[in-house]
Write a protein that binds this ligand. Sequence first.
Ligand SMILES: Cc1cc2nc3c(=O)[nH]c(=O)nc-3n(C[C@H](O)[C@H](O)[C@H](O)COP(=O)(O)O)c2cc1C
Length: 169
Amino acid sequence: MPTSVLVAYGTTNGSTAQIAEAVAEVLRKEGLTADLLPAGSVADVRPYGAVVLGGGLYAGRWHRDARRFLSRHGRHLAKRPLWFFSSGPLDASASERDIPPVRGVRRAMVRLDARGHVTFGGCLEEGAKGRIARAIVRNGKGGDFRDFTAIEEWAARIADELLKERAEN
Ligand SMILES: Cc1cc2nc3c(=O)[nH]c(=O)nc-3n(C[C@H](O)[C@H](O)[C@H](O)COP(=O)(O)O)c2cc1C
């Protein structure tokens, strides 16, 4: 019975972690149990009835921790209801239209039969790690483009689906 959900994330600057936190909060509010963990510190996904995995986008790929999570736990993920999210675009594009998953994530969705994916806007602000990140912020191209209303709506749909299935079983 998918009552216990793992929400795992790969992040460099923390903004994807905050999206994951918002997702976990909604799941709990809707009556599910949700554990929120950095993808790199998950030892075993088998205790969970469903998994939500999110990764920040870096150079057209998911954060390394999210990719490693897939290779480490793939066998068990394939047997569970699974959703992905990405966070990246530093403009309004993710709020204006559906942005498809990057190639590696798309392949993982097919391989693991993931139920859904969404791209949320990203966030890059003062104090971000890395030379490129700091240059982006310095050049005025940073900012917070996360839409927490959209994030919460997406999480609520996941909760609905899991609760409906639980009721049917
Ligand atoms: C070096 C670098 C590369 C990035 N590459 C992409 C990218 O390919 N696609 C994208 O949508 N966003 C890209 N971004 C924006 C990040 O995905 C965005 O800041 C995201 O919110 C980072 O998540 P985090 O705070 O969890 O690390 C990049 C940012 C940096 C600093």
